[in-house]
Design a binder for this molecule. Structure first.
Ligand code: ADP
Ligand code: MG
Length: 352
């Protein structure tokens, strides 16, 4: 599939990543708005251009609950004949150039060093010490390192030996890489922005972080993509899925299976309604979240008319709905709204 549109977002991200690293960037936006695809595209373009090496880690679906899980996700073990000296090891790895590294995804680490991490008492500090040394070496070799963490809210439950949130330490590390040492660009992508705010105050990100919104597309941009996908009744499609690129892909796939456009859209909506119904039932039966179903329903009715100030929903319920990816929270504007147009419709359908 071709990569559509997004020239302005691409330009913005490239501008950020080609200057000196000064701030931590949060790339935020609703689910399926194209954050991951955009970051991958920018990463590839930058690496094509030569002197940038991107370390991209996606926590999605990785189930990181402990520090040992985190170590497994962050690193890629290089076995066999590799140097045990960190500097030498990194130099060996870099001989392959940026392209090789990108394919590796995780951060390369010699086997012995990796095994050692699991045995250390203060693993968290060792992880960051290794990463910093790694990025320094990358710079020494003439490359600009870029560190991208995707869906990083999934590790918010991980704590270190003294019971502190590892993610807080991670933010401080990113501040060190950017604001203090200007060593490495640091980007975090997420569709759950409440967690950023939670950690924000603790890690004192103020003045050290910047937000980049990757939202669903505006109507005219969306229509261009509808055209490319061969959608016929653009107004109808807009009514159901709006500018959400992920849903456009789903519609395209359904049509490929032979459904006509209206059927396919109805199918997507039905799917969303069923999921929402199950979700509400699970709350009702006490299987999900310790929140009051009445309050949840009231909150959903409130957002069914459009975005609202987040303070209009009680904190506990708001947190729950954002965490469960029902609501999208924009921390810059302080508003919440349903994650998608399909969800808007589903809410109206179920709660009318
Ligand atoms: N600009 C684009 N052109 C074509 N397909 C895209 C584009 N952006 C996203 N997609 C597709 O839409 C879906 C959702 O995008 P994704 O990047 O996973 O969203 P997010 O990370 O915001 O949840 C994926 O299947 C992705 O391949
Ligand atoms: Mg993503």
């Amino acid at each position: 599939m071709p990569f559509f549109n997004r020239e302005e977002d691409i330009r913005r991200l490239k501008a950020v990543l080609s200057g000196e690293p000064n701030l931590v960037y949060f790339v935020y936006g609703p689910i399926n708005s194209g954050k991951t695809a955009l970051l991958m595209k920018v990463a590839e373009d930058l690496e094509e251009s030569g002197n940038v090496i991107v370390f991209y880690i996606n926590f999605r679906g990785r189930n990181v609950e402990t520090i040992d899980d985190l170590i497994r996700v962050l690193f890629r073990v290089k076995r066999g004949k590799v140097s045990e000296d960190t500097k030498e090891f990194i130099r060996e790895v870099l001989k392959g150039g940026a392209k090789i590294l990108h394919k590796l995804k995780g951060i390369p680490i010699p086997e012995n060093m990796f095994d050692l991490l699991f045995r250390r008492a203060d693993k968290v500090e060792d992880i960051f010490a290794y990463l910093e040394e790694y990025f320094e070496e990358v710079r020494e070799e003439g490359y600009q390192p870029v560190f991208i963490l995707d869906e990083m809210q999934t590790i918010k439950g991980v704590i270190n030996a003294t019971g502190r949130m590892v993610i807080e330490r991670l933010f401080n590390f990113m501040i060190r890489l950017t604001k203090e040492k200007h060593l490495c660009h640091s980007l975090c992508a997420t569709s759950d922005c409440l967690f950023i705010e939670d950690v924000y105050s603790n890690a004192r990100l103020e003045g050290r972080a910047e937000y980049i919104l990757i939202d669903d597309l505006e109507k005219n941009k969306a229509f261009e993509i509808y055209e490319a996908f061969g959608f016929e009744d653009k107004l109808l499609v807009w009514d159901y899925i709006g500018g959400k690129i992920g849903d456009m892909v789903r519609l395209f796939e359904k049509k490929k299976q032979g459904y006509n456009e209206r059927e396919a859209l109805e199918g997507l909506l039905e799917d969303t309604i069923n999921k929402l119904r199950d979700f509400l039932e699970a709350i009702e039966e006490g299987e999900k979240g310790k929140v009051d179903i009445k309050e949840v329903k009231e909150a959903l009715v409130q957002v069914s008319h459009g975005e609202i100030f987040s303070g209009k929903i009680r904190r506990k319920v708001r947190h729950f709905l954002v965490e469960e990816n029902i609501l999208f929270y924009n921390p810059v504007r302080g508003i919440v709204r349903p994650q998608s147009k399909l969800l808007y419709k589903a809410i109206v359908e179920l709660l009318k």
